[in-house]
Design a protein around this ligand. Structure first.
Ligand code: AMP
Length: 392
């Protein structure tokens, strides 16, 4: 029987996962290198340790009945050590191995019969020029591992720019990808149980700012046929990979074509809206999947728009919260991070409305109501008091 869930990672995804898990009656232990993390603040226990500290990882395993993760840049060895010690990790280390390496991930997507942008690896000493010749300009040079939120990637239009990217990458393994002139980006969140049941959330439309998700629009403004196709691809990939838990497949849409961009084997920023707009959230679905509870088909109450509230680097206090909250259709979620560094994900709000146009208009009003300042305002952004910090 599962009573305690262990979470590797202490960010906002872990926080919302924890809040849902606790609502459902579970205990949560988190492991993350920084004390008082967004997840640690709401978990029953936080283990403050590096992700490669195998003694601490062992302690997390010993305290948990199932271990999961809220981001994929966890050392594979740590997850394998848990499994070798007989601990249940969901999704398992094989899923993580593929998802944390863009080269393996893209090769896997192709093998599964799904489209990606043309790509070529620049690893193991293969020359960048060869990869660029294969892929063509403009291209996107990406680090094979460790990138997120647009970090570790460079759009290059010619060989000079490509050489600049190579220098900036400082010897990291790279993958070169054709730049896709997409019409829009969409994602599909699914949850898969150990028995193979898969349920999918509505296709969402995602708008980015400097590589960071800014807005999610639900449902995505795509044809029903394309939405069905995206869901089918997402289900195929999750089943072939054997994921147990919530996962997200990101796509580029160009005309009537879909290209898989990324597999995130975890709860995802583009699924935040599900907390307020659906009868089951992506977080609850993850808890159900990893705890062997039944998965049910998610239902959308109303069209929704989720706006990420990003730091501006101009102060740690958010102004305009009272104005934002005058709209009865707005739900605000705050992550308990102290410093609002430039483009750091600090909070989000979701707007529900009878039509997408109304939700979009209200989202823009809400976005413009908010700004950052250096002095305490109508809203306190201080990180909340932490739960017990255990040092292994
Ligand atoms: P990623 O980290 O791969 O999800 O990339 C972050 C963002 O960069 C994506 O959401 C796109 O907006 C953009 N991007 C990444 N790869 C490409 C590509 N091949 N073509 C066009 N835009 C891209």
């Amino acid at each position: 029987m599962i009573e305690t869930i262990g979470i590797l990672g202490g960010g906002q995804l872990g926080r919302m996962l924890t809040l849902e898990a606790k609502r459902m009656g579970y205990r949560v232990v988190t492991l993350e290198p920084l004390p008082n993390s967004p997840c640690g603040q709401v978990a029953d226990e936080q283990i403050v340790a590096a992700y490669d500290d195998l003694r601490a990882i062992g302690e997390l395993g010993a305290r948990s009945d199932v271990v999961t993760y809220e981001f994929e840049n966890i050392p594979l060895e740590s997850v394998r050590a848990l499994e070798d010690g007989g601990r249940l990790v969901r999704p398992d280390s094989e899923v993580l191995r593929v998802a944390q390496d863009r080269i393996l991930e893209k090769a896997f997507v192709r093998e599964a019969g799904c489209a990606t942008a043309p790509f070529a690896p620049v690893a193991g000493g293969a020359p960048l020029d060869d990869a660029l010749r294969e892929v063509g300009f403009p291209a996107v040079v990406k680090t094979a591992r460790g990138g997120y939120d647009g970090k570790g990637q460079w759009v290059v239009r010619d060989r000079d720019e490509a050489r600049g990217a190579l220098a900036a990458a400082r010897g990291a393994a790279l993958v070169v990808e054709r730049f896709v002139p997409f019409d829009l980006e969409v994602s599909v969140i699914c949850a898969r149980g150990a028995d193979g049941t898969i349920v999918s959330f509505p296709v969402t439309e995602n708008q980015h700012d400097h590589g960071v998700l800014a807005t999610t629009i639900v449902p995505a403004r795509v044809s029903p046929a394309l939405a069905e196709q995206a869901k089918a691809v997402a289900a195929t990939l999750g089943a072939k990979l054997g994921i147990v838990g919530t996962y997200c497949i990101e796509f580029f849409v160009a005309g009537s074509k879909l290209y898989v961009n990324e597999i995130a084997p975890r709860v995802h920023n583009s699924g935040h809206y599900s907390l307020d707009a659906m009868q089951i959230s992506q977080y609850e679905a993850h808890v159900r999947a990893i705890c062997d509870l039944p998965l049910v088909e998610p239902k959308l109450w109303e069209p929704a728009v989720m706006v990420n509230v990003l730091g501006a680097g101009t102060g740690d206090y958010l102004e305009g919260v009272a104005t934002l909250l005058r709209d009865p259709d707005v739900k605000l979620h705050v992550y308990g991070k102290r410093h609002a560094a430039l483009r750091r994900k600090m909070a989000h709000f979701t707007v529900l409305a009878p039509t997408l146009d109304v939700a979009l208009a209200k989202a823009e009003i809400g976005r413009h109501a908010l700004s950052w300042s250096q002095s305490r305002s109508d809203w306190g952004n201080a990180a909340r008091a932490s739960s017990t910090v255990r040092r292994p």
